[in-house]
Design a protein around this ligand. Structure first.
Ligand SMILES: [Zn+2]
Ligand SMILES: [Zn+2]
Ligand SMILES: [Zn+2]
Length: 478
């Protein structure tokens, strides 16, 4: 609806570029549909638009077909200057393309509304042109309040689902899915709706699986459905054809006439026969063959991946505005950083070992950087980075080469200490507490470190596995 405020905002927009396919039926109606917005510069080619001297406040696309829509959108989203700009389509071109756009501009007013909303959030984001990969994605989401990254089904992709925006905004060659996974683990993205559950190959994680029915006795796929009859007189079970005689049904073994079902005979439960081994069975063995690595798995061996819509969390919004606190862990990540899975497996192994052998003692410490987000909001970035680097150096000095260090997310880190007595762990905990005290008081602000610890000597805690133990410690450090 054109009103005073809309036209004021429209005038405030310096330029809305239009990219219209040279040929194709949609091109004609486009200028009319976009109304006054097409006053801005027109381009017929995406490279012309990228090379143009001015950066438009918004871009309207009228591609000739879905393939062109995808190419244009991918090129623009990858572009350093235009990647975060509002880009609207004249109509829908399918889920994968639409996911890269800012929607369909049903009218010139709706396009202006969208562009103005994004422009309004831009100042609080600061200069983000140089942002790359995950930072760029966070900036994109920050500019669009409430935007949800939706996974799109793609049978060509071995994960079956992909997030087109993550692929387009990530660094060249970066795996968009893993980037999102990392951001989620760090609490910068949170899940919205569950979109799909996909079974995946336990060997290579691909989702392209072929489900096949096999003989439970010999594994052959050559099985057929058959009716089997069971003779009451002698107990013979055989295929229905074997019972067919000139004078009706008769048992091939004892020659009894089978007149009445339920009296002389009945149907056997088995309805499947194997042509490989001749076996009969009621339920085939369902197996899954991975089309990527050919591994044949039982269905209960398959892993499952869940695809959710993803949106910026409160921590993610803060990270988009003030920079990611994850960057502060750079120095820590560089020294003896263990992979989370390796860390958990080692802990599991030590737990089992200490149960069987009393002389095996180890300790586990959960460290929580309790006020990082608060500090990030209050202190200049370089100041906080200095404080954190100093802390990381001193922490490094405390850790033996045989200890394992693992960073879970932006708040929690772990220390696994093999061959450590409760007394030894007590000393280390005191030193960690001292680190926090010494983290250079700056306007009364210091890095607060909360800890919780477990010693293998405390066995009677009802701890069954590594994950449960780590969950307990996380709660206690929170
Ligand atoms: Zn068989
Ligand atoms: Zn019989
Ligand atoms: Zn596989």
């Amino acid at each position: 609806m054109p009103n005073a405020s809309t036209s004021a905002r429209f005038r405030a927009l310096p330029s809305v570029a239009t990219l219209v396919a040279e040929r194709g039926p949609v091109a004609h109606g486009t200028a009319a549909a976009f109304g006054k917005l097409t006053d801005g510069p027109h381009f017929a080619d995406v490279q012309q638009l990228i090379a143009a001297a001015i950066v438009p406040a918004a871009v309207l696309l009228a591609p000739g077909d879905a393939r062109q829509a995808a190419t244009w959108l991918e090129t623009l989203r990858r572009d350093v200057r235009l990647g975060l700009a509002p880009i609207l389509l004249n109509r829908s071109f399918g889920a994968a393309s639409d996911a890269l756009s800012d929607g369909v501009a049903s009218s010139s007013e709706s396009a202006v509304e969208c562009a103005a909303a994004i422009a309004a959030r831009a100042p609080s984001l600061g200069q983000r042109e140089t942002a790359e990969g995950d930072e760029r994605l966070l900036a994109f989401l920050y500019l669009r309040a409430g935007r949800v990254l939706t996974p799109v089904a793609d049978w060509r992709d071995e994960r079956i689902y992909r997030y087109p925006l993550a692929d387009a905004l990530g660094r060249p060659g970066e795996d968009g899915f893993l980037m999102l996974d990392r951001l989620r683990r760090r609490g910068l993205l949170e899940t919205a709706d569950l979109i799909e559950r996909v079974h995946t190959c336990p060997a290579c994680s691909a989702g392209q699986l072929l489900f096949i029915e096999t003989c439970p006795q010999c594994g052959s796929i050559d099985t057929v459905e058959q009716n089997f009859l069971h003779c009451y007189a002698c107990g013979n079970v055989g295929a229905q054809e074997e019972y067919l005689t000139q004078g009706g049904l008769g048992c091939p073994k004892c020659s009894a006439r089978l007149r009445h079902i339920g009296v002389d005979y009945d149907r056997a439960l088995e309805t499947l026969a194997c042509r490989g081994c001749g076996g009969r069975f009621t339920q085939p063995d369902v197996k899954a063959r991975c089309l990527q690595c050919s591994k044949l798995s039982r269905t209960d061996e398959l892993a499952e991946r869940r695809y959710y819509g993803l949106r910026l969390s409160a921590a993610g919004e803060l990270a988009a505005r003030t920079g990611q606190v994850g960057d502060l862990f750079k120095l820590m990540d560089e020294f003896s950083q263990a992979h989370p899975e390796y860390f958990t497996r080692t802990l599991e192994w030590l737990l089992g070992l200490s149960r069987r052998h009393g002389e095996v003692q180890f300790g586990l410490i959960c460290l929580r950087f309790a006020n990082l987000h608060l500090l990030a909001a209050r202190l200049p970035r370089h100041r906080l980075a200095q404080m954190f680097d100093a802390l990381a150096q001193r922490l490094r000095a405390l850790i033996r080469t045989t200890d394992l260090f693992m960073r879970d997310d932006d708040e929690y880190c772990w220390l696994l200490l093999p061959q450590t007595s409760p007394a030894g762990m007590g000393i280390l905990l005191e030193r960690i507490a001292a680190l926090s005290e010494a983290s250079m008081p700056d306007e009364g602000l210091r890095i607060e470190i909360a800890t919780s610890a477990f010693s293998s000597v405390d066995t009677d805690e009802g701890i069954t596995d590594a994950r449960m133990l780590m969950g307990n410690l996380r709660n206690r450090a929170g």
